[in-house]
Write a protein that binds this ligand. Structure first.
Ligand code: ADP
Length: 477
């Protein structure tokens, strides 16, 4: 079997594994530091204890030292000498008296069966201790200087004992510390792994649920009812909100496509039927002309719908083009002029009002905002019976420019108001259905205005009571 090394690299480790290893390593590092500190302290304290024991032995010994005579310090009391320190083995204390140069002048009898112990005087002039191995066992020697009245070193007392119990204690402590650290680290890694797995369980569930969501199953949602409410729950909730928006926009697009297809199918079918009839019969030249006019009307209608759809799809792109300063007064007057003849023909009064002082420029593009004004004026004239009035007013409120188009026309119901800006929506009202239109004009106007961070709102007191459309645009900065 070929071992694939790439699967073993830390980059491929799961988050649970990495977290658990991190806990484990951190704990190992901290516990090791702590253990080292304890061990060193314990080690030093045991040595100090042993030194105290050796010093005590040395004090005991001092009373037997002959401090007078030709070689005053280097012999024990003659009576004590043969029996002194005859204890043997690892519990024994070994005594030697040394000259200032380190020559052995006296060695306690228990030295005799042992390997020679090297003298470890190292140009010291005060008491000191040395740890070393003697005959394979740890031994500690304490050297104490002996001084005359004028404080000159005239010899040394060397006391040695085996430190086996101390080393036994240290060994036991080492074993306990290593076992403690190993168990704690293993527990931390195991526990950390389980905890991380439990904490990340929602991720597994979210991933599985997300894998099952497709364009055909956008109604599905990620699970959010986990045992713990944490960042992952918020993430799932946020993704669910996103799915909600996606589903809505997906449904809107689907409805739009269906409506668009429906809108185009009708004139196409009429067109096809008329051409088919003309081909199967032998129509008179006048009939042919009538057929061609109807065909032209159908083509115009389809053309309008397709252009509107294109315009709608481009509305979002408007955000990307840098906005210009648009003089709304001049723009309104210009576009109102284009409707004057039609208003006159329909016997509708067309009025324009604006404040005396010049208004600041609005943010947008002249041509697209011009199309918004055209759409509002066109609707107002379409849905206002003869004798009515259409007014276009400009205002400035709370730093924004307001363009109001109001009429005394057919108005609309609150139900209609909720759908007025939906694509292809046309009120189910004979006065509306009698007029040409695709139901895309207001949707395009709204999308255009929103691209400039503006709003378009529609209000009406009720059917037959006129309507008011207000465009609010930010002033050009
Ligand atoms: P269209 O006018 O081509 O039908 P619009 O998107 O411009 O499409 O308008 C959508 C609908 O809003 C219209 O069908 C009509 O029902 C309603 N509407 C628009 N303008 C007015 C108005 N000035 N008065 C009454 N109803 C209006």
């Amino acid at each position: 079997m070929v071992l694939r090394m790439s699967h073993l690299t830390p980059y491929n480790w799961s988050i649970s594994t990495r977290l658990a290893l991190w806990y484990g390593l951190t704990l190992f590092f901290l516990l090791s530091l702590f253990a080292l500190f304890c061990y060193t302290n314990f080690h030093n304290s045991l040595h100090r204890d042993f030194d105290r024991h050796l010093t005590h032995e040395q004090h005991e010994l001092m009373s037997f030292l002959q401090t007078e005579g030709p070689e005053p310090l280097l012999t024990l009391d003659a009576a004590v000498q043969p029996i002194a320190y005859q204890t043997e083995g690892i519990y024994a204390t070994y005594i030697r008296l040394l000259s200032p140069e380190g020559e052995v002048r006296y060695a306690s009898p228990n030295f005799k069966d042992h390997e020679p112990l090297p003298v470890a005087l190292e140009r010291q002039d005060d008491m000191f201790s040395v740890s070393r191995t003697w005959e394979g066992d740890p031994a500690r020697t304490r050297y104490t200087p002996l001084r005359n009245a004028s404080e000159d070193v005239i010899g040394w007392v060397e006391i040695t004992g085996f430190e086996w119990s101390l080393h036994e204690e240290l060994y036991r402590l080492r074993r306990a510390l290593i076992a403690g650290i190993a168990i704690s680290v293993l527990l931390a890694i195991g526990g950390g792994y389980l905890l991380a797995q439990q904490a990340l369980q929602p991720v597994v569930e979210i991933t599985e649920a997300a894998n099952n969501i497709s364009a055909h199953a956008l109604h599905q949602r990620l699970p959010v009812a986990f045992k713990v409410q944490d960042e992952l729950t918020h993430l799932a909730q946020t993704i669910n909100d996103l799915l909600e928006r996606l589903e809505r926009s997906f449904l809107r697009e689907r409805r739009f496509t269906t409506n668009a297809a429906h809108e185009l199918v009708t004139p196409l079918a009429t067109l096809r039927g008329e051409i088919d009839l003309a081909l199967r019969t032998s129509p008179s030249p006048q009939k042919i002309q009538e057929t061609l006019y109807t065909a032209l009307n159908d083509i115009d209608r389809m053309n309008t719908i397709i252009r509107s759809m294109l315009q709608l799809s481009r509305a979002d792109k408007l955000r990307e083009a840098p906005a210009e300063a648009v003089d709304l007064s001049a723009l309104c007057l210009d576009h109102l002029d284009r409707f004057r003849d039609r208003a006159e023909a329909q016997d509708v009064t067309l009025a324009f009002t604006a404040p005396q002082q010049p208004l600041p420029s609005a943010t947008g593009h002249r041509d697209t905002l011009g199309k918004v004004i055209d759409n509002l004026l066109d609707n107002a004239l379409k849905y206002t019976p003869p004798g009515g009035r259409v007014g276009c007013r400009l205002d400035m409120r709370e730093g924004r420019l307001l363009l109001t188009v109001e009429d005394t026309g057919i108005g609309f119901t609150p139900d209609d108001a909720a759908h007025l800006f939906d694509r292809f929506y046309r009120a189910d009202n004979p006065d509306v259905q009698a007029q040409p239109g695709s139901g895309l004009g207001l949707a395009i106007a709204q999308a255009t205005v929103q691209a400039y961070d503006g709003t378009l709102t529609a209000t009406s007191p009720g059917l037959g009571q006129g309507s008011r459309f207000v465009v609010s645009l930010p002033r050009y900065a």
